[in-house]
Each structure stands twice: as C-alpha cells, then as structure tokens.
Design a protein around this ligand. Structure first.
Ligand SMILES: *[C@@H]1O[C@H](CO)[C@@H](O)[C@H](O)[C@H]1NC(C)=O
Ligand SMILES: *[C@@H]1O[C@H](CO)[C@@H](O)[C@H](O)[C@H]1NC(C)=O
Ligand SMILES: *[C@@H]1O[C@H](CO)[C@@H](O)[C@H](O)[C@H]1NC(C)=O
Length: 805
C-alpha cells in the first residue's frame, strides 16, 4: 500500500510540476531538492527565495518557516539568504530503509499573505554500509559421505544500502571441495555446493571465507568464516600393519609369554576408530592355547604348548572397530622344538628264553626307539654295553635289532641283563634306558661227568648183603632234567653171572651196594662200569669204572693137606734107623684159603713122643731128625702138629704124624692094628679095589690127555676142562696171591701134591676156584661136604700136575 501510494504521489507531483510551470507562479508549487545522505550540517541544498522569486528581505517579516512532520527537522531555511540547508544528519537507511527513493516532505510556509509551498527533499543513498552476515562464523557439519553436488545454505549478507550499494556479489575463498552455486536465488540464502568428496581422515576441517561485496564506489565487503567440520563416518576398516604375522615360540614357553603384538589402525575417529581384536580360531585345538588382549592386540600363550602335538599354529585375527567394520590378518606361530622328550624304547619282539645253541648273529629282540621331538632332538643313537654277548644294530628307520655276537653257554651265563641306552642329539641330550632280561634256555649239551674216571672200593669179605660199598658222583651242569643224573650199572657179567647179582647202584644217589655177601676166596675183585645218564632228550651219558676189591678176612683155618686129618686116612712115615740128625723125615703140608698174613702158616710140634728127637721147620713144615736116632729110641713116634695162620685172631688146625723108625714095614705088625682097628676089613678091601681101579683108570686117562696135549698144544685149556670134569668137588684156591697191582691173578692153578718117598702117599687133586667156571646160576656154593681133598691112599707114586693157563 505505501508503494502504490508513493507511486501515485510521485505521479501526482510530476503532474503538479508540469501544471505549475505552465501556469507560472501558482501559489502552491512544489520545490524539489536532493541531497546525499549523511551530508554535513549547514550544507546549502538550494535557494528557496530564488526558486520562489521572493525577496529574501521579506522572509523574516513574513515569518517564513520550513515545517517537517516529525520529531526531527533535518533542514532549515536561512531567513537572511533564503537558502535551505542541512540542519541535522540525515541517514537515508534510518528514514527510508530499503525504499528505493527516499523523499522528505517539507512545507514552506509564508505569512502575509499566507503562502504554502511543498518542498520535497530527495535523500540520495551513499554507500555507507558494508554487507554484514548474520554471524561472524558459521559452523557447518558435513558428513564425509555427503555426495558431490550437495548444497548447503548460508544466510546471505545484508547491506542496508540500496541499489548498487547493496550486496552485489559473493566470493568464496579458494578451496578444493566447495563452490558457490551460481544459480542460487537472490533471496535469503547463498548455496555452497560440494564439488568433491570430503574425507575426514585426510582433512577433518575446512575453513572457508565467504565474502559479500556491494556495488558501491568504492565497494564495501563483509565476510563470514565458514568452518566446515567433516563428520566421521565409519568408512574405514581397521588395517593391519602386516597381512601375515609370523612368530616363533619355544614350546616350553610359559603361559603368559608374549607371542607377538598385532597392530591394526583405523583412521576413523572415536568409536569408529576403536579397535578390538579377536582370534578367529581355525581349529578347536588352538582355542585354549593362545589368547589375545582385546585392546592391545598382544597375543599371549595361554597354556602349555607342545611341539609334538603341533609344530605350528595358524590363526586368523580379526580387528573390529566400533562401527562393526572388520578386517583380518593371519598369524603363523611356529613352535620351536625343545628337547623335552626322552627317547622311548619299545620292545617289539623278544625271544625269551633263547636256546643256548642259538646261531651266531641270530636276532633276539627287535626294538623301536622313538623320540617325539623333531630334528636334531629326535636323532637317537642306541647302545648296549660291549662286554655282553650281544650286538645292537640299527635296522630300518627307528628299529634296532639285538643279535647274538658270541656263542652262548647257559652253563656259564644263564641270564643277561642287556641295558639299552638311547640318547638323542639334543643339548643337553636326554637319554632313557631299558633293560632286557634275557634268559638262556638250556640245551642238553653237557653229559654228566664223573668226579673220577675210575673208582676203587674195598670191601671186607663176609659183608652183609646191602652194605654200601662206595658212591660215585657225576655232575651235569645242564638245567633241570637235562642236568638230572641217573646212575646205572652197565650190564656185564662176572664169571658168567650178571653183575647185578653182585652190585646194585642207587639210581639217584650213586651209592653202590653189595647185593650179597662176598667171599674173598671166591673172587677178589669186581670191575663194573657205572653209567651216569641225564634225563635230557636225547640223554647224554658217560661212564666210569668202579673196581671193587674184596679184602681178606681170616675166615679160613689152615687146612692140612698132608698128613690127612685124623680119622680119614692112616698115614705113617717111615724113618730109617740110620737117619742122621738133620735129615728130612716128613713134611706137613697145609694151606689156608685166606691170603696174606691170614694165610701165613706156622707149624709147631705141640706134642711128641720124644720131644727131643724131631724138630719142626716153623714155616716150611718140614720135620727133621734133631739128633741121630739111636737104638733106644722108641720105634713108634707120634707127633701132634699145630698149624696156625697169622690172622687176627689166628686160626689153627692140628694133625698127627705117625713116624715109624724102622727099615722094614713088615717089622711093625702092630701098625695095622693101629690104623685099621675098627674098620671092617671086607669093606676096606672093596674100597681099595674100587679106588685102585678108579685111579688106574684115571692115570690112564691123564696119560692119554698128556699125550693129546703134547700133540695139540693149542688147546690146553680144553683138555683141562675135560680133566676137571671128574672131581666135582669144590676146592679152595691155594696160595693165590694178590699181585702188586692188586689184581686177581687170573691163572688157574691145578696143583696136586704128593709126598715123595712115601709108600702111603696120597694123590691129591686140587682144583682152584676159577672165575670162568662159576655155575651159571650165579651163586657160588661150597660143596656141602667139607672135604675137598680126594685121597688115593694107595697110590704108588706122587704126581704133581700143574697147569698154568
Ligand atoms: C638282572 O636283573 C634282575 C632284576 O633286576 C636281577 O635279579 C638279576 O640278578 C640280574 N641278573 C644279572 C645277570 O645281572
Ligand atoms: C633240555 O634240553 C632240550 C634240548 O636238548 C631242550 O629242548 C629242553 O627245553 C631242555 N630242558 C630244560 C628244562 O631246559
Ligand atoms: C665209556 O666211556 C668211554 C669214553 O668216555 C667210551 O669210549 C666207551 O665207549 C664207554 N663205554 C660204554 C660201554 O659206554
């Protein structure tokens, strides 16, 4: 409304002015002046008197005055000159604001006659105001993700001046990111446009200066500082300093040991740049082994590591910022082996026991040696003491074989403790040992061995059956039954009788017993082979000789062969009357079946008719005439002779010798009475006839045999075998001696004794005991008849037959 009103007024004034100039001196005329604002006071704007054709002198009298409707007066009239002048400061902006034409209406009033003139004063604008922004500085927060082309409105600057003196242009300080929007409308805002992307991380703040310039002359300007704060967006993921981290760690690292420090950076700020670390465990196994400090990225050992379980670990580490952006890196942790495992020895196979005859180089045991460590720490060497009979040899891979290096002998070493030492090559090395107890099994490789190769035992005759004679021992070092010794006698025969009927041996103890009572007079020694045999399979045996010597006891009294004991035969010796002293009259012959001292006989005259006449050879048994026989001596002489052996106690026998001192047998008629007194003459004559015929036959036979023997010398024994068939009586051995070596003289003695020079000589056949002619029944029997002498009392000559085989 004021505008339309103004326009109307303006138009009206133009019409009025035109009218005024046409009508010349119209009482009411409008005067028009112009003055720039802010003109100094007393500045003369124009001359009213001149313009109104007024006499300036009349002004005072006519009370001329300039009226202004308002508080201020702005202009006045100089009553002396009629000039209109500036009375007060005129500020166009205060008076008219932004109105383009600023007119001040005055009324010039004169009185007498009253005249009224309108005076219009146009206040011209001058550029006295600079553009001003509403604020000195503007903070603009822009997200770094704002797209290019985004517009941001800035309040315009205000310039109270008008027209050209108002803001004409804006300028933005030079920068990379922003521009003014050329097309922005002229009203309230200026737009700045984002021309390139912001990045808080490169530059978080931008300071722009927006300048507004007016069109005055000189122009004035005002500016505002625009502080662009780039707002962070979580547009950056954390970034690891390396994509792969490698670390080495000793396997004996204690929990808490730092492994590696992972760092990731996030250029975002605040929470967006706050990184937390996690381990993305790739396998369950690593879960408890490592932990990471969420904030610092320090990886630590969490529990006991073991190179032997895993020699390396691979983990993925995740770094996450507050905005949830993540990135990953890999951590490879190599676990360095520490020599913490001793080698382990395992016996894979073991031959136990091993036979003692095992071949050289045989495999006894197979061992496996393992060290869980790696590299040098797992390199194992194995050894055994060198003094054993074994060798340890490396075989394939971790295997070792134990073989025999020498021949074994259980009897020397029955058991081996083989200690195997395994050492690894670590520093310090670790070692372990295993002991194999190897038993050597027995093989029956040793025969029993007798303590002596031959044993001698002495046993007195007449021993009791079952007496132990001696014992033999054989030793066998083998084991158990292979070393159990059993004794036995090697079957053999003694005089055709199995040796078992003489001796027996205790199979277990080796004690030899007599099975029966021995008789020295039957045989004097026995030789037997004792066999010791072990219980192995096959058994081994050895033998030894046992010689049993039977020692003599004085169990046989002397036996007088000649003269025959009393009552058996009548023997009378003839002593010639002319026998001189010292001449041999007769001889007592006695034998003793014993031997040695027991058979050493001594002869004594116990009783005699004439003690001084005859003497006795103590050992020879010879009866000699001690002095010359005289006529006065009795014709019949009787001697009682005692024969005694030298045994302890001694045994003796007596006999009587009848001597007849005569030169003629017929001279002694009473002799017949003396000898045949109670015998039946008839019986005697029969007997004599029988004996004579037998002896004749026998003699013939002997002569025959002798003849044969001379022809066939080679078979002398056969002859005698035949010869001995006749007298079946058992006769004791005579004078057989134990020879120096103690062996039984193996001769057969056949002795026949006949006294020489006696018409009543007996023929005696004495057959010695002979081993080889023992009866097959194995027992030696004495003939029931104690008589062992066959006497041929009427034999005309003495015959001695001696046969040595
Ligand atoms: C072997 O070791 C065993 C057990 O330690 C022991 O009884 C035995 O006497 C040892 N043998 C040898 C031959 O060292
Ligand atoms: C005895 O020796 C044999 C081999 O000669 C052997 O087989 C056996 O085992 C041995 N007996 C014992 C008890 O050692
Ligand atoms: C007794 O042993 C010897 C050697 O030891 C041997 O030559 C002999 O044949 C053995 N005799 C018997 C009957 O076994």
């Amino acid at each position: 409304m004021p505008n339309t009103l103004g326009r109307f007024t303006f138009r009206w004034r133009i019409w009025a002015a035109i009218l005024y100039s046409l009508l010349v001196r119209v009482a009411v005329a409008d005067l028009r002046y112009s003055v720039p604002e802010e003109t100094k006071t007393k500045h003369i704007i124009g001359s009213l008197s001149k313009d109104l054709n007024l006499d300036p002198k009349s002004l005072r009298s006519r009370k001329a005055r300039l009226d202004y409707q308002g508080d201020k007066r702005y202009c006045g009239v100089d009553l002396d000159s009629g000039h209109i002048f500036v009375l007060e400061r005129i500020d166009r902006e205060a008076l008219c604001g932004t109105t383009p034409s600023c007119l001040l209406q005055f009324e010039f009033i004169l009185e007498n006659p009253l005249e009224l003139h309108n005076v219009v004063l146009e206040v011209q604008d001058i550029n006295d105001n600079a553009p001003v922004f509403p604020k000195d500085s503007i903070k603009l927060e822009i997200s770094e993700t704002a797209p290019t082309g985004s517009k941001f409105q800035i309040s315009r600057a205000r310039d109270v001046d008008i027209g050209r003196n108002s803001v004409q242009n804006y300028f933005l300080s030079q920068n990379k990111h922003f521009d003014l929007d050329a097309r922005s409308s002229k009203d309230r805002y200026v737009d700045i446009v984002l021309k390139s992307n912001l990045d808080r991380e490169t530059e978080g703040e931008h300071s722009l200066v927006l300048t507004a310039v007016d069109g005055g002359n000189p122009p004035r300007s005002g500016s505002v500082v625009i502080l662009v704060l780039v707002q962070d967006v979580n547009d950056n993921a954390p970034v690891f300093s390396q994509s792969v981290y490698r670390a080495q760690l000793m396997e004996n690292a204690l929990p808490g040991t730092s492994v590696i420090h992972i760092t990731a950076t996030d250029v975002d700020e605040g929470a967006n740049g706050q990184i937390t670390y996690y381990i993305n465990h790739l396998s369950e196994s690593t879960k408890d082994l490592f932990q990471i400090d969420e904030n610092s990225g320090e990886i630590e050992v969490n529990s006991q590591l073991d190179h032997e379980r895993a020699s390396s670990y691979e983990m993925e580490i995740q770094a996450e910022d507050g905005g949830g952006q993540t990135s990953h890196c890999k951590v490879m942790i190599e676990i360095v082996d520490v020599n913490d495992n001793a080698p382990v020895i395992t016996v894979k196979s073991l031959m136990n026991p091993i036979p003692e005859n095992i071949a050289l180089g045989s495999e006894v045991a197979v061992l496996n040696v393992k060290d869980q460590d790696s590299g040098k720490n797992s390199r194992v060497s194995c050894s055994i003491p060198t003094n054993l009979s074994f060798k340890l040899q490396p075989s394939i891979k971790n295997y070792f074989t134990l073989t025999t290096a020498t021949f074994l002998d259980r009897e020397k070493v029955a058991e081996y403790n083989v200690t195997i030492t395994a050492t690894d090559a670590g520093t310090p090395p670790l070692l372990s040992t295993a002991t194999l107890n190897i038993q050597v099994g027995d093989i029956n490789d040793n025969p029993p061995v007798f303590d002596e190769q031959s044993y001698s035992a002495y046993v007195a005759e007449n021993n009791k059956a079952g007496t132990s004679i001696c014992s033999v021992t054989a030793r066998d070092p083998d084991w158990r039954q292979n070393g159990t010794v059993l004794y036995s006698l090697l079957p053999s025969e003694v005089n055709g009788v199995p040796v078992s009927s003489f001796l027996s041996i205790n199979a277990d103890t080796g004690v030899i017993h007599a099975v029966r009572s021995f008789d020295y007079e039957q045989f004097r020694s026995l030789k037997v082979q004792v066999v010791s045999r072990d219980n192995g399979s096959p058994p081994l045996s050895s033998n030894a000789t046992v010689s049993v010597f039977i020692t003599d006891e004085n169990d046989n009294s002397p036996q007088i062969l000649y003269p025959a004991p009393e009552g058996k035969s009548l023997m009378t010796e003839m002593v010639p009357k002319a026998a001189l002293s010292g001449s041999l009259v007769s001889k007592v012959i006695a034998v003793d079946a014993d031997s040695g001292q027991n058979a050493w006989l001594s002869y004594r005259i116990v009783k005699s008719t004439d003690p001084g006449l005859f003497s006795m050879g103590v050992h020879s048994g010879e009866i000699r005439v001690q002095r010359d026989i005289s006529e006065s001596d009795s014709m019949k002489q009787n001697l009682v002779i005692s024969v005694r052996d030298n045994g302890q106690p001694p045994l003796s026998a007596t006999c009587s010798v009848y001597l007849l001192i005569s030169d003629n047998l017929a001279e002694v008629p009473e002799l017949k009475d003396m000898t045949y007194e109670e015998k039946s003459s008839k019986l005697t004559s029969y007997l004599i006839i029988a004996l004579v015929s037998v002896s004749t036959f026998f003699l013939t036979f002997i002569i025959l045999i002798l003849a044969v023997r001379f022809c066939r010398r080679r078979k002398p024994r056969l002859l005698f075998d035949g010869a001995v068939a006749i007298p079946s009586a058992y006769l004791p051995p005579n004078y057989a001696e134990v020879e120096g070596a103690g062996t039984l003289r193996s001769s057969y003695n056949y002795d026949a004794y006949l006294t020489t020079g006696s018409h009543t000589s007996d023929f005696k056949f004495i057959r010695s005991y002979n081993d080889s002619t023992l009866p097959a029944g194995g027992t030696l029997r004495k003939s029931p008849d104690d008589s062992n002498i066959i006497t041929f009392s009427d034999a005309g000559e003495a015959l001695e037959v001696s046969s040595l085989d």
